[in-house]
Design a binder for this molecule. Sequence first.
Ligand SMILES: [Fe+2]
Length: 339
Amino acid sequence: MFRKFVAFVVGTVIGLASSVSVSHAEEVNVYSYRKPQLIDPMFAEFTKQTGIKVNSVYAKKGMLEKLQSEGRNSPADLVFTVDIGRLSDIHNAGLTQSVNRERFAGNIPDNYMAPHGHWFGLTTRARIIVSSKERVAPNAISTYEDLADAKWRGRICTRSGKHPYMVALTASIIAHHGLEGAKTWLSGLRDNLARKPQGNDRAQVKAIKEGVCDIAVINHYYMAKMFKDPKQLPWAEAVNVIFPNQSGRGTHMNVSGVALTKYAPNKDNAIKLMEFLASEAGQEMYAQKNAEYPVKPGVAWSDLQNSWGRFKEDSLSLGVVADNRTAAVKLADEVRYND
Ligand SMILES: [Fe+2]
């Protein structure tokens, strides 16, 4: 008997990038905010080891609404997201189910598993500062707080203040400095912008290469991606990498993770895939292929990660960051960050 994972994206308006139509006895269906090239290699290895086919659909946004409208008929077993905010949104909407935390206890540290078992972090990513090798002295900037210093007036580039990566960083500033302190910070950063916030993380590095600005904030793994792309290599080579706040609280980290959907039709296979990704082999692939930091302790990093060395991470709980997100978006509006 063939089961059909129908081309359910047809006719939707939420920006799903591809459709899937396959027949397979053993399968698991994935909705992913993560770009296919980032996780397909892991899925391929999982299929090789288990014979279980992974059908994945990439969505830029609208996944929560999609799961909601599909309800019990949703084909999705697992949701992969970046950013704690999206994981907690999907959980808060009642669209997930818990997985026994014990199954992952050896691989995923406690602080990366939701206490209720409804989502799990698989990798972490550092929100780093990059600065022009030509125009900024290597030690001239070392903290997120420095970004708001008036001496950088007109020299900083960032993406939208309402993108989840920026929102999470602002949410962490709220946690550390309070709402008023965060407002002062974000206003200072806004005053230092060289241009209206735009583009993705890599576009900021390109802007440094092109002399539009001298300093930017990006997720660390984009450095690895740029080094591998001949066109982007010169952008990466134009900047120094700074892990902020090393003599204080540490660098802000965000997480990529996974949740089991409430009505997962292939629940057993879904849990097998989660276990694979949390295993030594799965975690090592994340580091070697994507230069993401494995949540599992002791897993080997990529050469680029090793070249940067160990660093101190901000230990602020993911839950606190999630809780401050709404306030962070409001702040971006209040200070008219994107205008
Ligand atoms: Fe990203």
